[in-house]
Design a protein around this ligand. Structure first.
Ligand code: AMP
Length: 281
């Protein structure tokens, strides 16, 4: 396994691999790798002849009051984990090499990024699609892997790839959870014991919504209110949003029919957590 810091060098490596006719699987991450990331890497390993992982805490997707400076960066541990998973190349660029002075081109997918998290994190998805676009250009994957945990992100990336005719497939893998159901996230490290305890309510709240729907409650407002009430048990929890949306365009679902996404974002103390499930009606 090789750790590559320079964009130029990664391009040279990609050129060689393409020449050899090897397929490239790519997993973009911000590091602080956990089993959620590892499941994407395993998928990439299974499907492809060469596996690239990027580790880059992308400043342009963080808002001014968000956690950019305290985001965990355990690079040595991440390198060891990638090595163990049989990754071929880690791309670990510096900020300057990705955004040199004068950088001024952005990619935006407005429609899909206005609702859900987009409403509360202005500029976030524009930062994501811009960096993913750059990474796709550098690494030229055949298949790129994303997690359902960040459903809106995966959808925006898929749409970008489609709209801009990118010659690659985007695969979305299921959310990996702790034993008690909490979706794994690099940000779970921020939680103190009482916040960690309350954090289990997110997935339980989503399952409550699913149960209510399965039992025949097809009234979105009523289902959402029940989840809101349920989350109130957690003293450290404050809800940012709970939404039931169409899977394809993430518009609020008016009629519960077919498949819907139930998504939520909450603060546990000062830590923002998200989760979602897909429910078939
Ligand atoms: P991040 O490092 O948080 O930017 O995440 C990198 C990729 O890993 C994204 O595609 C995430 O959706 C995915 N990911 C993060 N957490 C999980 C999880 N618990 N299960 C599956 N995929 C995940």
């Amino acid at each position: 396994m090789k750790v590559v810091r320079s964009p130029k060098q990664i391009q040279e490596i990609v050129r060689k691999i393409k020449k050899q006719g090897r397929s490239i699987g790519f997993v973009p991450t911000m590091g602080a790798l956990h089993p959620g990331h590892l499941s994407l890497i395993r998928g990439a390993r299974k499907d492809n002849q060469a596996v690239f992982v990027s580790i880059f805490v992308n400043p342009i997707q963080f808002g001014p009051r968000e956690d950019l400076s305290k985001y965990p960066r355990p690079i040595k541990k991440d390198i060891a984990l990638c090595n163990k998973e049989g990754v071929d190349f880690i791309f670990y660029p510096s900020f300057k090499s990705m955004y040199p002075d004068g950088f001024d081109t952005y990619v935006n997918v407005p429609g899909l990024t206005e609702g859900l998290c987009g409403k509360f994190r202005p500029g976030h998805f524009k930062g994501v699609t811009t960096v993913v676009n750059k990474l796709f250009n550098l690494i030229q994957p055949d298949i790129a892997y994303f997690g359902q945990k960040d459903y809106q992100q995966a959808l925006a990336v898929k749409k970008m790839a489609e709209d801009l005719s990118m010659p690659l497939a985007v695969k979305v893998a299921p959310t990996i959870r702790e034993k008690d159901g909490l979706a794994m996230s690099s940000r779970n490290k921020y939680l103190n014991p009482s916040e960690r305890k309350d954090a289990v309510l997110l997935y339980r709240g989503l399952k409550l919504a699913r149960n209510l729907i399965n039992k025949g409650n097809h009234n979105c407002v009523s289902v959402i209110n029940s989840v809101r009430k349920f989350l109130k048990q957690g003293r450290t929890i404050s809800v940012q949003y709970i939404s039931i949306v169409d899977l394809k365009n993430i518009e609020p679902a008016l009629i519960l029919k077919g498949k819907v996404l139930i998504a939520l974002a909450v603060y546990a103390g000062k830590t923002r957590l998200i989760d979602n499930i897909i429910v078939k009606i």
